[in-house]
Design a protein around this ligand. Structure first.
Ligand SMILES: [Zn+2]
Ligand SMILES: [Zn+2]
Length: 365
């Protein structure tokens, strides 16, 4: 593979800027760290863009009860960049990666051991045997990030100047595209012709609409959000209907639609209740959002409608490869805005306050 033109893979310094989470502090802390050295099975990636996610808001909100332990580490679980150093074994054994390869970085750091009950059964996306990058281990809100070679996915075309697969889009692919991709395709198993309802048309929802419609062939996609601006975007991205929750029941009645799969990207009691209410008998509720610490379900409703409640988290190597291909083919067009890495604390505040309408990617200066 030819080294990517115009990207500097030399080092002008031995240190880098990184934004870290520190237990008890609610703002990411700007820190100068040595540029890390990749281990034998790792690569060093020069970060070109790294996404900001509601999970980061949750991580920095120490009042929330979350299952991931949080020692001090660099944030950022949606990285895109260029391989600039190869670990010893990677240099000898890996054909697909070389200096200059443009990659997306998987946050899930699956162990890939044959005896792992998750990795060996198709659940590498939820193998937490090793801490996830940016959620436990050092992530990509930094100038450089180290990742295992088996967790970086080469970007089709190897061109960071590409419009369709710009670094910020590739960063979004690692979570905002891949999470709904895995959920819709592999957990809820959406089939052609089905009616899919999507609650929450923010960073993930706008991609869920396109995946359901353009990749999985849903017959009708209904986008539901309380924000009028998000509904406008949902319409422009191909949602057949885009309405506030208050108008949902009337719409289903008027159009004679029955919801086969209701996707909850919010994960709050109010959205789960609404999903339970409208999904058809025998339908699927796909839970992707992590809004409330706990939600309850009415057993009578679940049993008498014979519902399947399905959960999904992140995705694996194959999902990310497929997402990048779908973006390259123009089937999914993630909406992403760039902000400088140094503005990450403000971006977190804006996201927590609902002021971000799509997705933000941080760009190191
Ligand atoms: Zn995320
Ligand atoms: Zn595993």
């Amino acid at each position: 593979m030819i080294a990517t033109a115009d990207i500097d893979v030399t080092f002008s310094s031995e240190t880098m800027v990184a934004y870290r989470i520190v237990p008890g502090l609610t703002e990411p802390q700007r820190t100068i760290l040595p540029i890390p050295t990749p281990g034998p099975d790792e690569v060093l990636v020069k970060v070109l863009a790294s996404g900001v996610c509601h999970s980061d808001v949750h991580l920095l909100d120490w009042s929330a009860t979350r299952p991931f332990s949080q020692a001090t580490h660099t944030l950022g679980h949606e990285g895109a960049g260029i391989v600039v150093r190869l670990g010893e074994r990677v240099a000898q054994e890996t054909q697909t990666l070389s200096i200059g390869t443009y990659v997306a970085v998987l946050t899930t750091n699956a162990c890939e051991q044959p005896e792992c009950s998750r990795c060996s059964r198709g659940f590498a996306n939820v193998c937490f045997a090793r801490p996830m990058l940016g959620i436990g281990a050092d992530g990509s809100w930094a100038e450089y990030v180290v990742a295992r070679a088996s967790t970086v996915v080469p970007v089709p075309g190897n061109n960071p100047k590409s419009e369709r697969l710009s670094p910020s889009v590739v960063a979004a692919a690692t979570d905002a595209v891949m999470t709904p991709w895995h959920g819709l395709k592999r957990a809820a198993r959406v089939r052609a012709g089905q009616t899919v309802l999507i609650f929450g048309c923010g960073g993930l929802g706008i991609n869920a609409i396109q995946i359901a419609k353009n990749v999985l062939g849903a017959g009708a996609v209904i986008a539901c959000d309380i924000r009028e601006e998000s509904l406008t975007i949902a319409r422009s991205l191909g949602a057949d209907y885009a309405i506030p929750p208050s108008a949902l029941k009337a719409l289903l009645e008027e159009k004679g639609l029955a919801v086969d799969v209701a996707v909850d990207l919010v994960g709050k009691q109010v959205t789960l209740d609404a999903a339970m209410d409208v999904v058809r008998t025998g339908g699927v509720i796909l839970l992707l959002g992590l809004g409330d610490d706990a939600v309850s379900v009415n057993p009578l409703a679940v049993t008498t409608k014979q519902l399947t409640i399905s959960g999904s988290f992140g995705g694996d190597f194959q999902d990310l490869e497929e997402c990048l291909r779908a973006i390259d083919e123009g089937k999914v067009v993630p909406e992403v805005e760039n902000r400088p890495l140094d503005e990450c604390a403000q971006v977190i505040k804006d996201l927590a306050a609902g002021r971000i309408r799509t997705r933000i990617a941080l760009v190191p200066q």
